[in-house]
Design a protein around this ligand. Sequence first.
Ligand code: TZP
Ligand code: MG
Length: 215
Amino acid sequence: MNLPKEISCLHYISQGKDREEHLANITRVLKAGANWIQLRIKEMPQKEILKTAILARELCAKYKAKLIVNDHVKVAKTCNADGVHLGQEDTDVLEARKILGKDKIIGGTANTLQHCLEHLENGVDYIGLGPLRFTSTKKELSPVLGFSGYQELIEKYSQQENTVPIIAIGGIKVNDIEELRKIGLSGVAISSLLTHSKDPKNEIQQILDRFAVRV
Ligand code: TZP
Ligand code: MG
């Protein structure tokens, strides 16, 4: 699949109880080879999220990684992040595009084919589709798709004339990559596995390698 804005095949989704923990977890995966960080902070005042985003921006610049801010378009704009990731309940994609401009990356969450088609219509740069399986990382999780759900959806999605990369999310482990890749996923977004990994370097390398096989 064509990757117009160089959408990485591995998105690390940050987690942590406070600013320090988010930044420590981000630093750890950057050192281990991650090249794409999605700063996902819930339950923190916007000012604090902005401070964290500015520091995450510096870290990502140091390791030549992309920084995508979850939910907060204004934070993404102010800290000059590479883009924003928007859920179904967040700022409208068209509105975000007006604020951020054409060169920034906008990703959108999807759980159904309808969501994917709407995102295409609105001009997102990638779609985060999931969950693959249950995960406690996200509250109010959408219905689990499983491999068969992805298969069915991607068969229909790939009949569209112009598509964008689809990134799988939700409870993903290294051993899932091969099957997801075969189904037609362009990448994976992972939080827990990498946050709690004893050897993130090894896991990141394995994931990048498994996607690199694809031509
Ligand atoms: N959206 C659907 S699942 C999820 C998000 C943000 C979190 C994925 O995290 P994990 O910990 O890799 O299951
Ligand atoms: Mg959101």
